[in-house]
Design a protein around this ligand. Structure first.
Ligand code: PLP
Length: 392
């Protein structure tokens, strides 16, 4: 069958980038300005204050023109020195990529191994920290929300493991697919560095990322010796913007001003998080229902850690996730996320974060069910009714 020309609106259910609200899209279309123009500086300063509110921090935030990988790298090179050890909690594709980056940057990487479907055992984290009596581990890195598997790692429990063992390592968290979607409290949870990006919960285009840094993180920065130039926080602090070595991407800030207005003023951060919780419940009710009759299964096998921003769904034996996604896209203009790394073809991912409401989620779920019918994927029909019941 020749692919149809898509008609109607695309349902974009990727776990990032995400849907951009029209008002944010329009706000980003701003004419060029001098980034030192007082009118821009007012917008800029407001955005930094708003971003700190979303991070729930009173401390520093440094920004970069670059996607989440840039903030990962910036965070490591600003806090650590060659040969130092980082302890990385395995969660999936993104923890492993961050670990590979750390190795390539010249750090020693110790992993707390975990089954991707069940997630790390906090007792193993505690044991690794307790065994490190010489305090060789300088930082513990955690992906708060593993976008590849649909699992959330409880950061307060990781903080408690550090506190219980009296270990002085910094706590670094990747909040790329959790910030602005899941509850996140940088200062309250004792996070020393928090890595975020523009294209997920903040509902902006891809291309800007940032790190929130605690006072303890700033102390560690003073003695860090990994090479850095564009990412150097000390260099940034000498500038008016206290960020960006180079031209400030002003259009992002007009967009960010609007997305922060939507999140903090119009909806309220607690309501944003509650909406994600509600919509995630509907998605899970559908997946749970479909899983009958040898249907697709939750990839995540730890219900206490289900992510409220993304659900990874494992295809039944003999059915390929990528061809399933291709059918959803070509026939129905529904864009789903694919499986990453070893999960390629094995799972598809439903992104349920950002600018999203009930009709969008229900449309997505109905179309997934339709695609399963079309592709002959076994499932228990009626997942949309289950989602309706979860919402009603
Ligand atoms: N960390 C997590 C949890 C992610 O989901 C992603 C991207 O999806 C990244 C890091 C990498 O970010 P980027 O693709 O913006 O470089």
């Amino acid at each position: 069958e020749t692919p149809r020309k898509p008609r109607g609106r695309q349902f974009f259910a990727n776990p990032g980038p995400t849907n951009i609200p029209d008002s944010v899209l329009l706000a980003t279309a701003h004419q060029t300005m001098d980034f030192n123009d007082p009118n821009f500086l007012e917008v800029y300063d407001g955005c930094i204050a708003g971003l700190k509110q979303v991070l729930r921090t009173q401390h520093e935030v440094f920004l970069y023109t670059g996607s989440g990988h840039a903030a990962w790298e910036a965070t490591l090179v600003n806090l650590l020195s060659p040969g130092e050890t980082v302890l990385i909690l395995e969660s999936g594709y993104f923890s492993d990529s961050w670990a590979q980056m750390a190795k390539d940057l010249g750090l020693e990487v110790q992993m707390v191994a975990a089954d991707w479907r069940r997630g790390v055992d906090i007792a193993d984290v505690r044991a690794a920290l307790a065994a490190d009596t010489a305090h060789a581990i300088k930082a513990v890195c955690v992906v708060h929300n593993e976008t590849a598997t649909g699992m959330m790692i409880p950061l307060p429990e990781v903080r408690a493991a550090l506190d219980a063992t009296g270990h002085p390592a910094l706590l670094l968290s990747d909040t790329i697919s959790s910030l602005g979607s899941l509850d996140y409290r940088m200062d309250e949870w004792g996070i020393d560095a928090c890595v975020g990006g523009s294209q997920k919960g903040l509902m902006l285009p891809t291309g800007m990322s940032f790190t929130g840094v605690s006072a303890k993180g700033m102390e560690a920065h003073k003695t860090s010796r990994l090479p850095k130039f564009y990412f150097n926080w000390s260099k940034m602090m000498t500038r008016r913007h206290r960020s960006f070595v180079g031209t400030v991407p002003i259009s992002f800030f007009y967009g960010l001003q609007e997305s922060l207005r939507l999140m903090l003023q119009e909806e309220g951060l607690d309501n944003v998080i509650a909406r994600h919780t509600r919509l995630a419940r509907a998605v899970r009710a559908a997946v749970q229902h479909w899983s009958g009759n040898n249907g697709p299964q939750f990839f995540c096998l730890n219900p206490a850690r289900y992510s409220d921003s993304v659900t990874a769904v494992m295809m039944p034996e003999g059915h390929d996730g990528d061809s399933f996604r291709a059918t959803a896209l070509q026939r129905f203009n529904l864009s789903l996320g694919g499986g990453l790394g070893p999960l390629g073809g094995k799972v598809f991912r439903i992104g349920h974060l950002g600018d999203l409401n009930e009709p969008m989620i229900l449309g997505t779920l109905a179309t997934i069910e339709l695609t399963m019918k079309v592709c002959g994927v076994p499932h228990q029909a009626g997942g949309v009714d289950a989602a309706l019941a979860a919402l009603g």
